[in-house]
Design a protein around this ligand. Structure first.
Ligand SMILES: [Zn+2]
Length: 54
């Protein structure tokens, strides 16, 4: 089985990208980032829809 990276990117204005083999880690880090930098609570579902797997 090939390992895949999961990644979530913020809009270019922000430039934040989180990338990991671990989907849960990506979601966790993106949630923290959204809270800290954007003062936003993003749901896991929303983050999953933003996530790219490659
Ligand atoms: Zn951001």
């Amino acid at each position: 089985m090939a390992e895949k990276f999961c990644s979530i990117e913020c809009p270019p204005e922000c430039g934040f990208t989180v990338k990991s083999h671990d989907e849960e880690e990506v979601i966790d880090m993106a949630k923290k980032h959204a809270k800290d930098k954007h003062n936003m609570d993003i749901t896991t579902e929303k983050l999953k829809s933003m996530m790219k797997k490659n």
